[in-house]
Design a protein around this ligand. Structure first.
Ligand SMILES: Cc1ncc(COP(=O)(O)O)c(C=O)c1O
Length: 452
């Protein structure tokens, strides 16, 4: 055994293993002694050793591998959004907005540099607060709502979870899910629990199960869900609100990331009496991810705790950025460009869906920057085939939390492709599917998954 493991209780043993990992004495992949050996060596009950390992497994520090025993876990690589650098392939998996459709800040820049902002000033720039207040309030049922500004949606999610949760707490996430949300929950040390998404948004049964599993918070997208493009239907929103009605203190984080670009109405699962909620509207998709500004409308307690994580002058969102975002949002020319961008994304995605459908792959575009395509075969080999044809696409596996089976979906970001390229890509997808089918024909072809 590793002689340095010590302790009489489960938490002492777990702490000693954590210390060994921290110091590098135990490295990822190293095996821990079998529980029986450890119990004998330390003179403790076998159950104590089991409890120590179980605790470490829930925190992700070790991995139980059945008969192969327990090993120190390797840090999990998490896929990230964004284009792939250094590739000769045409990247159709980025999830990015079109840089050409982001209004230039040049004109707004000339109007924002007035007086300097000093420590102690309000965390929200007054002009942005005045612009955002009606925008957020009009869409929220609860009467008591306060605004806060964070550095984008991912930052909001991270700070919102941190202000109310502890390590190991359960967070419900949509499955499949936006990569940054999965990342935030994992690196925060929380336990993600998957809520399946279908064409009408999160499923009611999924939400119920997540609550039964102890979820203390839920992060979800009311429309233009990434990656599926799903938006809540009115019926589904009402059903989810009814479920949450019995859990008014469950923190609901609503990521309305596509807001001004969306072709769908905003529907919320936050009822008038819900007590812990935050609606997050980032400007990343229409003013660009580098702006790093999101408006958060939440209940007053959540707002107060969130604000404590935004110290005036240090960790707050720069007023220069807040003013810049506000100057653009208040400019009719810029907002007209944003509205046109929303229509453009929808039209390009609808066109791609139509072409795929014509090629025998029935597809519905949904709302958002990308199209989630259901295939009759596993996605990874199709993406490999697409690489041979010059395309870099993202298999659905990267977005799935409960990946018991290989994904049969691919997320395509194709709004920058012209008609000829869209046509070529649709043809190549169909040819890739046919090639994969030819490699592994048989009755056990994978059924289209949840978002069929
Ligand atoms: C679901 C979702 N939320 C939020 C964002 C944007 O996050 P941020 O404001 O942190 O740039 C994205 C961008 O891809 C997204 O897909």
């Amino acid at each position: 055994m590793t002689p340095a493991i010590t302790g009489r209780t489960a938490s002492e043993i777990a702490d000693s293993i954590r210390a060994l990992v921290e110091r590098g004495t135990l490295a990822p992949g190293d095996a821990l002694p079998p529980v029986r050996t450890l119990a004998v060596d330390l003179g403790v009950n076998r159950n104590t050793a089991v409890a120590a390992y179980r605790h470490l497994a829930t925190t992700g520090l070790v991995e139980a591998r059945g008969r192969a025993g327990t090993v120190i876990a390797r840090p999990r690589a998490v896929a990230m959004e964004g284009f792939a650098a250094d590739t000769v392939l045409r990247d159709v998996g980025s999830g990015n907005p079109d840089a050409q459709l982001i209004p230039s800040p040049a004109r707004a820049l000339q109007t924002i540099a007035s007086r300097p902002v000093l420590y102690g000033e309000p965390v929200i720039d007054p002009a942005l607060a005045a612009w955002a207040d009606p925008w957020m309030r009009a869409d929220l049922a609860p009467a008591q709502v306060r605004l806060t500004i964070t550095s984008g949606a991912a930052d909001a999610t991270e700070r919102l979870l941190a202000q109310s949760l502890q390590r190991d707490d359960v967070v419900a996430l949509e499955d499949p899910c936006f990569l940054a949300s999965i990342h935030t929950v994992r690196i925060g040390g929380y336990r993600p629990v998957a809520v399946p998404v279908d064409a009408e948004g999160m499923t009611v049964a999924g939400l119920r199960t997540a609550i039964a599993e102890g979820a203390r918070a839920i992060v979800y997208t009311p429309r233009a869900q990434n990656p599926t493009g799903a938006s809540l239907s009115a019926d589904r929103a009402a059903q989810l609100r009814a479920v949450l009605g019995e859990h008014p203190y469950l923190l609901v984080i609503e990521d309305d990331h596509f807001s001004l670009l969306s072709q769908r109405p905003y529907l919320s699962i936050i009822g008038a009496d819900h007590r812990r909620f935050a609606v997050v509207r980032s400007v990343s998709k229409f003013l660009g991810p580098d702006m790093g500004v999101a408006v958060v409308a939440s209940d007053p307690d959540t707002a107060q705790r969130l604000a404590m994580r935004l110290t005036p002058g240090t960790t707050w969102v720069r007023h220069l950025l807040q003013r810049l975002a506000c100057a653009q949002l208040a400019d009719p020319e810029a907002t007209a460009r944003i509205a046109a961008a929303g229509r453009h994304y929808a039209a390009r995605n609808a066109r791609f869906a139509e072409l795929l459908t014509r090629h025998g792959l029935p597809t519905h575009a949904g709302d958002g920057l990308s199209v989630w395509v259901a295939l009759p075969v596993p996605a990874r080999p199709v993406c490999e085939q697409l690489m041979r044809r010059g395309w870099l696409a993202r298999p659905g596996d990267e977005f799935e939390l409960d990946a018991a089976e290989p994904s049969t979906h691919v997320r395509f970001t194709v709004h920058e492709l012209d008609d000829a390229d869209l046509d070529a890509l649709a043809g190549d997808v169909a040819a890739s599917v046919a090639a994969v089918r030819a490699q592994s024909p048989g009755p056990d072809e994978h059924p289209a998954g949840r978002m069929g």
